[in-house]
Design a protein around this ligand. Sequence first.
Ligand SMILES: [Mg+2]
Length: 433
Amino acid sequence: MVSPSINFDMNSLVQYKNNIVPNPQAVVLFIDMNSFFASCEQQENPMLRGKPIGVCGNHSNGVIIAPSIEAKLKGVKTGMRMPEARMLCPNIISVEPKSDIYRKFHIGIMNVLRSYSEDVIPKSIDEAVVNLTSYKLVYPDMDKLANQIKKDIKEKVGDWLQCSIGIAPNTFLAKLATDMQKPNGLVHINAQNIDEVLRNIELTDLPGIAERSAAKLKRAGIKTPYEMRHTSPQVLKKIMGGVIGYYWHYRLNFAEVDFYSNGYKSMSAVRTLSQQQRNSPKELQDIFLSLCMKLETRMVKHHFFCKTIGFTCSYQNHTGWDTHINMTRPLQDGTDIYKFLSQKIIDTERERNFTLFTPELRTIGVLVNHFITDKNIQYELFDNNIKRDFLRKTVYDIKDKFGSAKIIKAVEMREKDIVRDIIGFGSVKDMYN
Ligand SMILES: [Mg+2]
């Protein structure tokens, strides 16, 4: 058995910069599909193209969840009831929602975006953020890139699909830029034009500033987003009644506070092994799995999903090994984390011809980072994992209410040798029914 002898410093792995740093040079692209559900319907059925349609929730006289661009031009709005919409636009066509086609187009659009950057986060079924900061040399002209993305979507996903794109040094300003031109927009916010942009909009035009916050700001003498940008973080904190005031200052001054969730930058779970544990491959696997489950519990509590997962181990002779995986789909499930890391370990062992889990092991650890909040993952329409994620949340809610011993997920029992195989959530579901 050969132990790997790659040196590493465990501290450097788990410490990530926690500072918010303004970076006017950063590049974030926000993309918002225009009238997405209605455009998908028109894409699928050419007879509907160019016509005012309303995708309607329950029945053909119900609430319109998505008017087409043509219907919007007649004044039809999301949330309007169909009879009301007919008064504005008598020839509006009611269409039933078809979530599987929206999901199909969503996946196609994400694939286009991922062909340009590894750092793509879907914010909802029709919105995504693309971090291009480390691609500035690859794409010297971001406007050209944005137009190429629009073209790719038309050619590879659907020629009726339009989007608005905003480009700015952070997610918040990129979204603001996206909202400024619809449909088919392309707006840049940068250090040169930001003051002019912010001078010409209302406080309530900022996504996240509702009437109440706007009133508070106005009472304190801040009348425009421009003035808000030039108010110190301390003063904004005082006016807005909390740390959120800091974030507003930083958002408007080119720091990133929205791409990933705030606060925790990473979480890790490490275990020092006893002699007995070191000598039992099965016990090592059980501990490894329990560390993954521990991180799952913490992520559920904080409403996080992670985009990066990692494994670290150290040996008696103070050498160590670590690896990480950047996921395309945000993860929260402990068994998924275990599965992906195990596969990576098996692949590495085979590739380099060594065994990681040896009796020389001293510690093993799992870490997760690059969090996004579950609010940013609107699964209901585009992901089959919604049921599983919802069920996981429900299990934890019940644990909180009745104590954690009441419901034990099958895999958690494994460490106590009750269940041998990894059983996913299917079995827990059976516990309820
Ligand atoms: Mg949209």
